[in-house]
Design a protein around this ligand. Structure first.
Ligand SMILES: Nc1ncnc2c1ncn2[C@@H]1O[C@H](COP(=O)(O)OP(=O)(O)OP(=O)(O)O)[C@@H](O)[C@H]1O
Ligand SMILES: [Mg+2]
Length: 263
């Protein structure tokens, strides 16, 4: 038996905007993620994927149900959960090194230790030599490497990634996917990864969760029973293509519901 790391139990969430109608984002959502598991979440736009991550991150107050990490209730952000967003979210006035060090600001360690740790993660994401560059001098892929290093440096148990490669070109995306898998192999975090890219979800994951149109619930769970490493032999296999087709079909149905074409 594997250990449950993250548990969502009957989670519901409604946005109440200052004006206009409330938006029911999640409804009766339950999900268990095992320790070290790599789980991707796919679903039509607006189905509540980001909301699910923000709730787990502790950035939104839980309205109903319960979310636990290692059996402890989530109520606010914490160092056990690190998040990487789609749009880099770097400080433009800080260099690469300073951005990565930011994650360590509140840790009790001396400056030399901090620098050493920051360097380790800058090296891990292959940005050696760019320590003193400013974000404006970096490509999109490099910026996202900085964001990943800044999150990993705090050594969170759980890594939450919200379309982290969504804004990158296909080639850079492919490289970062490979590198993320290598890092995951080394650090063995539990990863919850949101993506619109079904190929990416199958490539990376142990399990892919398909969410329904809003209000988001879990529509299906697909175990990706493919060997690792997921090299080209695996990605070119019939099994890989079948998983992609199956998940595409499930997402498509919900996208049609979301767009009002199907009920
Ligand atoms: N601050 C907010 N106020 C009101 N409604 C919101 C707010 N944030 C999100 N929503 C709505 O809640 C629903 C879920 O949003 P969420 O961002 O979680 O979806 P998503 O699945 O991440 O979408 P996407 O794939 O486009 O990123 C959407 O209908 C969205 O419009
Ligand atoms: Mg989103």
């Amino acid at each position: 038996m594997t250990n449950t790391k993250i548990k969502f139990e009957n989670v519901e969430f409604t946005y109440i905007p200052p004006s206009g109608r409330p938006v029911r984002a999640l409804e009766r959502l339950s999900l268990d993620v095992a320790e070290n598991e790599f789980v991707s979440i796919v679903g039509p736009s607006g189905c509540g994927k980001s909301t699910l991550l923000y709730l787990l991150g502790g950035f939104l107050p839980l309205e109903h149900g319960e979310i636990t990490v290692d059996g402890r209730k989530v109520s606010k952000p914490g160092p056990d959960r690190g998040i990487v967003f789609q749009h880099f979210a770097l400080f433009p006035w800080k260099t690469v090194r300073q951005n990565v060090l930011y994650g360590l600001e509140r840790k009790k360690m001396d400056a030399a230790q901090r620098d050493e740790l920051a360097q380790k993660y800058i090296d891990l994401v292959k940005l050696t030599g760019f320590e003193d560059s400013w974000p404006a001098q970096l490509s999109g892929g490099m910026k996202q490497r900085v964001a990943i290093a800044r999150t990993l440096v705090t050594d969170p148990d759980v890594l939450l990634m919200d379309e982290p490669f969504g804004a990158l070109d296909a080639q850079t995306r492919g490289i970062l996917q490979e590198e993320l898998l290598a890092i995951w192999g080394l650090t063995r975090k539990t990863v919850l990864f949101v993506t619109h890219d079904v190929h990416e979800a199958v490539l990376l994951s142990d399990r892919v969760i398909v969410m329904s149109a809003r209000p988001g619930r879990i529509k299906s769970t697909v175990n990706i029973d493919l060997p690792r490493p997921r090299n080209s032999e695996v990605t070119r296999s019939q099994n890989f293509a079948s998983y992609c087709d199956e998940i595409w079909g499930l997402v498509r149905e919900e996208a049609l519901v979301a767009s009002g074409i199907k009920t």
